[in-house]
Each structure stands twice: as C-alpha cells, then as structure tokens.
Design a protein around this ligand. Sequence first.
Ligand code: HEC
Length: 121
Amino acid sequence: MRQLPAISALLVALLAASPLNDLDAADDPGKPALDPLTGLVMAQGWQLVRAHCFACHSMKTITQSGKDRSNWAKTIQTMQRTEGLYPLGEMEADILDYLEKNYPVSDKPHNPKIRRPISGF
Ligand code: HEC
C-alpha cells in the first residue's frame, strides 16, 4: 500500500491534464478569464473592445463569431459605413489585434442563430 500516494498523485495529474477541463475556460488558470459583463476574453486590448463596441449591441456578436483579421476589419468598416460607428483612429489596430487573436476563424459552430444542416437523413 506504500504506492497509494504515488498512484493518487498520478491520477490527480492525469485528471488535471484531461481535455474535459477545457470546457470551462474560467476554471483553467492557464486561460484568461471572461469579463462577467460582456463575456469577452480578458486578454490584452479587451477594454478597448468593451469601450468602443459594447455601446450598440451585445458582445455575443463577437464572442460567438470568428473571423480572420481582414474580415474583422471589414466588419468594422461596414459598421462605420452603415451603423454610424465613429472612426477608431490608431485604436483600430489594437482592436483588430485583439479580435484576430481571441476570435479567429474556427470550424466550431459559433452562431446559434444559424442552423446546422440536419444530419442522419
Ligand atoms: C454605432 C453602433 C455600433 C457600434 C459602436 C458597433 N457596432 Fe457592431 N453592429 C451594429 C449594428 C446595428 C449591427 C447589426 C447590423 C447587422 O447585423 O446588419 C452590428 C453587428 C455587428 C456584428 C455582427 C455582424 C457581422 O458583420 O459579423 C459584429 C461582429 C459586430 N457588430 C462587431 C462590432 C465590433 C467589433 C465593434 C467595435 C469595433 C462594433 N461592432 C461596434 C452597430 C454597432
């Protein structure tokens, strides 16, 4: 029974490394926490996004989305052209850095308003 502590330590290490822990970023000290108000990843530049993008709509438009840098830039331009978003000046590059890094293109389903094709028929 002398091995028991070693086996328990191994089990704890295996559980800690389990991919199941990725389900909740807030529980993983390796990942930045989420802002409780907006759900934005609290990484470099997040306050800029909260300050300049949160006035008109929920941040789910961002957190449930994923685009490359040029498509994020197009989104900002569209909003400036059609929704009245003011020019962001030199902050635009910092905002794009944040969006590109934290909300990149992903093949995970991200917009619950878009129905996935029904499989199994
Ligand atoms: C002046 C108001 C306003 C501000 C400020 C604003 N938006 Fe929007 N945004 C809108 C409106 C209105 C829509 C919905 C338009 C639509 O979907 O046709 C929208 C839609 C979106 C969408 C979903 C549509 C798409 O193209 O994917 C995203 C993403 C988005 N905004 C990101 C941002 C980001 C990033 C910022 C900050 C740089 C921002 N918004 C700031 C008004 C604004």
